[in-house]
Unconditional design. Structure first.
Lengths: 264, 259
């Protein structure tokens, strides 16, 4: 009951904010700040008024929202595979981490935005460049956190593995990977929010479809309701992506929460 | 069965070097339980770590059933660590923790789980298989650690102050559990403890070490009737005599009786 109340309270604040905005926009009649009702109507018209056979998605939704999601998915997938595998390798090897440490700090300090041109030169405009760009920008939090997680395997747990003669592979799957998992997820949460930003930037610079592309062309033709529809959609996507990651984390790291709660 | 000769080890180098153990020799026969006691910092744990192959001694030889140990973990050896709550993997269920040492001998998962279940039953934790270590009390966690150690059917079991952080009642239960397992399975056990009563109560022999660097001060044979009983055994004059003797040796005084 308390949880339901807390959840309603959260939505009440959001709804109240929207109402205030609505009243203010109707009063000012500013062309730059359309009321939420107009934005919602625009969103519905733009993306969700399609035929039932397409799950009510319009061709604009299929043509712009799905490619954006696919890019995020592909970019994140690469970032996870590369970040987790290299993270564990670097974290478990003192030699590797000594040699690569400066390079890693240099790489993760680079604002990915500044490298857009480099990616365009490397991959030409198109999906490959956009996915590579998202992957490059999103890999750092996962990589750095996984390195940290793999490094800090409890020495006693490592000795336990030695005493019970676990093979290298068994140590990897039963000790190092689970031990690094909480840190990996901390990195993943950052990477997921980053990937949304990176996706928009990639699509603003050189794309022929996607949410960012649609927003870019809307702003060039001063079609502000469409621009606002894109902004709100990005907010909703960010919320859902984060919720998905938190849900997976909640399930996968149940042991970690339980163990920590008892220690405190 | 176990033979340790002239075991010497120091930590650090040069003038900062700290000699932990100096020329320790000991033997344990098949199925024998040897308690190792000594003042804190006498290198009790170092002895176990060297036998377990976790540490290469600076000097000395260790053989288990005739096979030399030198920085490699000997076959059919198991260890119960002092810090049991950290040595269990919190991401594995109790059953999978116990099945861990079977990974390198038993490729079939079902067989591993069965063996883990049997080991859990032997320590009285049949019903905890699907729980997680952090859901159990300290005493139960230590039972899981013992189940894990016996799951791979070891011939040599090393226990490093295994009952240091459980309450007195649980401690007595666990001591009796170890005695029962030893009797049923003919395991050779080396048990490091700082508790004098415990060393005499569970031991067939008590090895008393001196303070740092650790050397063998005395090797006392314990002739107490079997099976031992927490109340009756501890009332016996022999028990009282032995624990007094051990205490005196630890404090560095001369033994009152000739040994």
């Amino acid at each position: 009951m308390r949880r339901i109340a807390a959840m309603t309270a959260r939505w009440v604040v959001l709804a109240a904010g929207a109402l205030v905005w609505e009243a203010w926009a109707n009063w000012r009649q500013s062309p730059f700040f359309p009321p939420p009702s107009a934005i919602l109507a625009q969103m519905y018209h733009l993306w969700f008024s399609g035929p039932a056979s397409h799950l009510w998605l319009t061709s604009a939704a299929i043509g712009n929202v799905l490619p954006s999601l696919a890019r995020i998915g592909a970019g994140l997938a690469i970032a996870i595979v590369v970040g987790a595998s290299f993270g564990i390798a670097i974290g478990r090897s003192a030699v590797l981490s000594d040699y690569l440490d400066p390079l890693l700090h240099f790489g993760r300090s680079l604002p990915a935005v500044a490298l857009v041109t480099v990616f365009i030169v490397l991959f030409k405009l198109g999906n490959e460049m956009e996915i590579a760009f998202i992957a490059f920008g999103a890999v750092w939090p996962i990589l750095v956190n996984t390195i940290d997680g793999a490094k800090t395997v409890d020495p006693l747990q490592a000795e336990t593995a030695r005493v019970f003669r676990l093979s290298v592979g068994q140590r990897l799957t039963r000790l190092i990977m689970p031990a690094a998992l909480p840190k990996f997820f901390a990195g993943l949460r950052l990477s997921v929010s980053l990937s949304l930003i990176l996706m928009v930037i990639a699509e603003l610079t050189g794309s022929t479809d996607g949410i960012g592309y649609q927003m870019n062309s809307a702003s060039q033709s001063f079609n502000l309701p469409v621009l606002w529809a894109g902004i709100v959609l990005l907010g909703i996507l960010g919320y859902f992506l984060n919720a998905v990651v938190l849900g997976v984390e909640h399930y996968v790291l149940a042991w970690h929460r339980g163990a920590r709660r008892l220690m405190n | 069965m176990l033979e340790v000769t002239d075991l010497t080890h120091s930590y650090g180098r040069g003038s900062a070097a700290h000699m932990a153990i100096d020329g320790i020799s000991l033997k344990a026969a098949q199925g024998e339980l040897v308690s190792i006691v000594g003042p804190s910092g006498c290198g009790k744990s170092t002895v176990l770590r060297c036998i377990a192959g976790l540490q290469r001694p600076a000097r000395g030889t260790i053989t288990v059933n005739g096979v030399a140990v030198h920085g490699t973990v000997p076959d059919r050896l198991a260890v119960v660590f002092q810090d049991y709550s950290r040595s269990l993997y919190p991401w594995l269920s109790v059953r999978d923790n116990v099945a861990l040492p079977l990974l390198h001998t038993e490729p079939r998962r079902a067989a591993r789980r069965e063996a883990a279940q049997r080991a859990l039953a032997a320590v009285g934790l049949k019903d905890a298989a699907h729980r997680y270590p952090w859901q159990l009390s300290g005493g139960m966690q230590q039972r899981v650690a013992i189940a894990r150690a016996i799951a791979c059917d070891p011939v040599l079991l090393l226990m490093d102050e295994p009952f240091g952080s459980v309450d007195a009642q649980t401690r007595e239960d666990l001591e009796d559990l170890v005695l029962r397992l030893r009797r049923d399975r003919e395991i050779t056990i080396l048990l490091v403890t700082h508790d004098i009563d415990e060393s005499v109560y569970v031991g067939d022999r008590v090895l008393v070490l001196t303070g740092a660097p650790g050397r063998v001060r005395a090797d006392l044979a314990v002739h107490l009737p079997e099976p031992r009983d927490q109340i009756a055994t501890k009332e016996l004059p022999e028990f009282v005599h032995l624990r007094t003797e051990t205490g005196r040796l630890i404090r560095g005084q001369q033994a009152s009786a000739a040994h």
